[in-house]
Write a protein that binds this ligand. Structure first.
Ligand SMILES: O=C(CO)[C@@H](O)[C@H](O)COP(=O)(O)O
Length: 230
């Protein structure tokens, strides 16, 4: 299976909202079927990784990324929600498994070393902010990022409603990115619903991490036509 080209992120369309598909919301018993079903529509696959401490959930592992890598040419984005004690080792393992973009958290004390390590693997670098973390915390980092993601819900829990601060926070992030001197894709993760996507798009989100909105859609082609029109 061919891997995405090194410039895959800049080659993605800029005239419509991008769709990251969160595999946490896939049917894990029928993962191959779901992968085939979403492949025509997904811009990026999103893999959440949580250690049960930095974030309450216990989620995915490098072997899953390696298995997906063997079956898909879609870019794979790994979102690390892990403590500093394991951050560098997790970066190594997910990069070696075939991730194309790895995001760590601004709240990680080892963020500088982590970003350096991601770069050393030749993988694109992202940063994520918890919903309660001031957006200004990203100011020192945007010049080193390919993607900046704002959580719109409490970290590591599915099925929640969007926090009312999400729109204003995206506006703040957009202003930071404008001064970054490079292309940084602005992403919204959590609370992605048919009622919230228009607001997030208007506030500056360039990509949304779709969970139940995609995997629970009765007609995925129709849902994606809608998304691309927002
Ligand atoms: O990490 C998250 C949410 O924080 C996503 O990756 C989930 O997959 C979202 O699922 P829904 O709540 O949209 O169904």
């Amino acid at each position: 299976m061919p891997r995405p080209q090194p410039d895959w992120l800049s080659a993605l369309p800029r005239n419509r909202l991008l769709a990251e598909y969160s595999m946490w919301s896939a049917n894990l018993i029928r993962l191959a079927d779901d992968l085939a079903r979403i492949t025509p529509f997904a811009d990026i696959l999103h893999i959440d990784v949580a250690d049960g401490h930095f974030a309450p959930a216990l989620l995915f592992f490098p072997d899953l990324v390696a298995a997906l890598r063997g079956q898909t040419a879609l870019p794979i984005h790994v979102h690390l929600m892990v403590d500093d004690a394991v951050l560098i080792s997790q970066i190594d393992q997910f990069a070696e498994a075939g991730a194309d973009l790895i995001s760590l958290h601004v709240e990680n004390a080892n963020a500088a070393e982590g970003l350096q390590r991601i770069g050393a693997h030749g993988v694109k670098a992202g940063m994520v902010l918890r919903v309660e973390t001031p957006v200004a915390r990203a100011a020192d980092w945007v010049g080193r990022l390919d993607m900046l993601t704002l959580l719109g819900t409490a970290i590591g829990v599915k099925g929640q409603g969007l926090d009312p601060t999400a729109g204003a926070r995206l506006g703040e992030a957009q202003a930071l990115i404008a001064g970054a001197g490079r292309r940084v894709v602005l992403a919204a993760d959590g609370g992605i619903r048919d009622t919230t996507v228009p607001l997030l798009r208007a506030a500056g989100a360039e990509t949304v991490v779709m969970g139940s909105l995609a995997f629970g859609a009765p007609d995925l082609a129709e849902r994606m036509r809608w998304l691309h029109g927002v």
